[in-house]
Write a new protein. Structure first.
Length: 641
């Protein structure tokens, strides 16, 4: 019997006619189908190339404006002409770089030039590690021995850092996140501004991020090839900044033991290969330093001299005292031994708030909303990394890489933006990673529906993650708000002066009735917004204390005299008529006898005669609403035993 095809058979085997009731694929659908894996890789490569090219243009434009023009060699002149022409139509007008001179600017770049010209061998014993010196020496040859060589070297590494940021995003999240993070770092004004002045931080940042990428590949795909690559990247990091050992050791230990017993032998073996490769490449430099200076870590320990001198307010440590200087480890450990609470507080800030908060402003030349938005997303992203095992290695590298700067950031010259440049790629990857996660969640809801999406979530895992985040956030707020008070109390226990400053961490000292923070020059203060406000001081012993208040009246033309009365428990401690001096914050002092208070957290009440509307001062103090009533402005309270 001959089979006669049915109508539905025809429909299954032949293309359906295009009718309004059965439309063909949408434009988006056809576009998605056309993006094969090969085309996606090509598109990513093109985008990455454009990002790197623009990063190079921004940095070279800054270099040529600051240190140019150049009349030789020919390749540099041609590059200068091309970059200048392209920058004229692609670089924002707000990026105006002042003309400068490398020798006049001074600092480490001048020393890098000197050391590079004197360089006799790659592994020579020296106070500076060899990679950046060697790169500068190559650029000296190419630039015909011009000082701009050190700037060219740092620019090259700055562009390479943008590339490494892409690799970091691709390794820890996705290539799309890598492209977004690389693009953000490419245009960030501060990153561009530091890049052409000849510092080595771009180089050390590049090798730090490259090491982080190589280590995650070693963790995910343990093998001889990934081990060798990780070892080479780690060696580059150490030979650029020897303190890289501080983040490499915990990261390698995490790779070896972070996966439990499954595959432990394999992971230990490949980590051993990576360590062997790293040591083979770094050991000649360490040996030469040990033979010449008697210290293989001379390039680290030497810099204790700089920070010790700055802490004591002198230009340099006397020669007869240098022999007794501690090592870098001894310098840090002495801080914790002598003042453990203060050292802990300094270290926590150096590992968290300091490197995070001094970023983000470089996006203001594009749009002032970009920086705060990315900062908020980065904070959410990093919190998410805490509960994502795949990201823990990134947190290990990020946290431990900041350890060398955690105690020196408050020292003059020790808190420069460039020192924590290497943390920026992690922040940017975390920021764009949370955007991708949110987009994937929304897409899942629209694709499969709300219930199937929620059904895939594991309640127990979500509960554990929520508990971890809750504890972390609570601890962060506890340290942020509680440590300044405890540090002040500890200093008074040691019979040392303590200072309670207005700031974002003053919650335990400033109670209700104070305004938001206002900044005038270098002074951060709060206004009294009620007739009576309170200040809480840690007075731990039953003894007399000398109190110093740095405060000013609310000043405007024709302002009436302002009087402040200070009491505790109803006992009058002092009464002051506030004087206005535009050059200096006023100082008012008084004593608190032992009979006037009970040791502990003592409340001082400050009462004013009158309050005036902030609008009386015109446009000053734009941080506060114009209708705000204020009395006086307090900078800090000092307590002297």
């Amino acid at each position: 019997m001959t089979h006669q095809p049915r109508a539905d058979d025809v429909c299954m085997n032949e293309p359906a006619s295009r009718t309004p009731s059965s439309p063909g694929p949408s434009v988006a659908g056809r576009l998605a189908e056309s993006l094969t894996p090969g085309r996606m890789r090509t598109a990513r490569a093109v985008l990455l190339g454009l990002i790197l090219a623009y990063a190079a243009i921004l940095r070279l434009d800054g270099l040529f404006v600051s240190y140019g023009p150049f009349d030789h060699p020919a390749w540099l002149v041609r590059t200068q002409g091309t970059v200048t022409a392209v920058a004229a139509v692609t670089v924002p007008v707000s990026r105006a770089w002042p003309h400068a001179d490398i020798q006049r600017d001074g600092g480490d770049p001048v020393n890098y030039l000197k050391f590079s010209r004197e360089m006799r061998s790659f592994y020579q014993a020296h106070v500076r590690e060899p990679v950046f010196l060697a790169a500068t020496r190559v650029m000296l040859v190419l630039s015909e021995n011009q000082d701009v060589a050190v700037s060219l070297a740092s620019v090259i590494f700055s562009v390479l850092l943008v590339f490494a940021t892409y690799l970091l995003g691709a390794a820890y999240t996705s290539p799309i996140v890598g492209l977004a993070a690389a693009a953000a770092l490419a245009i960030e004004h501060d990153a561009v501004g530091w890049s052409f002045h000849g510092w080595r931080d771009e180089a050390s940042g590049f090798f730090c991020i490259l090491s982080a990428c190589a280590l995650v590949r070693l963790h995910d795909k343990p093998g001889r090839r990934t081990a060798v690559l990780a070892g080479v990247a780690a060696a580059g990091a150490c030979l650029t900044r020897l303190s890289s050992f501080v983040f490499l050791v915990p990261a390698l230990l995490y790779v070896a033991g972070g996966g439990g017993r499954t595959g432990l032998r394999t992971r230990v073996r490949v980590v051993g290969i990576a360590v062997l490769v790293m040591l083979c490449l770094v050991a000649p430099y360490l040996v030469n330093c040990a033979r010449t200076f008697g210290d293989p870590l001379y390039a680290i320990n030497y810099h204790v001299l700089f920070y010790t001198a700055r802490e004591h307010g002198v230009g340099a440590v006397p020669e007869d005292a240098r022999a007794q200087m501690p090592s870098a480890f001894g310098y840090v450990s002495s801080k914790f031994r002598d003042r453990p609470l203060e050292a802990f507080d300094t270290a926590i800030q150096g590992l968290t708030t300091y490197p995070f908060e001094n970023k983000w402003r470089g996006f203001d030349v594009w749009d002032s909303r970009i920086g705060p938005l990315l900062a908020g997303l980065a904070m959410l992203g990093l919190l998410g990394w805490l509960v994502q095992p795949r990201r823990h290695l990134g947190l290990v590298v990020l946290g431990s890489s900041l350890v060398p700067y955690m105690m020196t950031w408050p020292v003059s010259g020790g808190g420069e933006w460039r020192f924590t440049l290497h943390a920026y790629p992690f922040f940017l990857v975390a920021a764009f990673g949370i955007v991708q996660s949110a987009a994937e969640g929304v897409r899942s809801v629209f694709t499969t529906g709300v219930r199937p999406t929620l059904a895939r979530l594991e309640p127990r895992r979500i509960a554990r993650q929520a508990a971890v985040l809750a504890v972390t956030i609570a601890a962060a707020f506890g340290v942020a708000d509680g440590m300044p008070y405890l540090v002040a109390r500890d200093r008074l226990h040691r019979d040392e002066p303590a200072y309670v400053l207005a700031g974002r961490r003053d919650t335990l000292m400033f109670s209700d009735g104070w305004s938001d923070l206002v900044t005038t020059g270098n002074v951060v203060a709060r206004f009294a917004t009620q007739p009576k406000v309170s200040l809480h001081l840690p007075l731990p012993a039953c003894r007399s204390y000398h109190i110093i208040l740095r405060m000013d009246p609310f000043h405007f033309e024709g302002a009436p005299e302002q009087r402040v009365r200070v009491t505790t428990g109803g006992v009058m401690l002092g009464q002051f008529v506030l004087a206005w001096n535009p050059e200096k914050v006023g100082t008012y002092e008084f004593d608190v006898s032992a009979a006037a208070f009970t040791p502990g957290r003592v409340q001082l009440d400050l009462e004013v005669d009158h309050l005036d509307a902030l609008s009386m001062a015109g446009d000053l103090y734009a941080e506060l609403p114009r209708h705000q009533l204020v009395g006086f402005k307090l900078w800090y309270a000092g307590v002297v035993p």
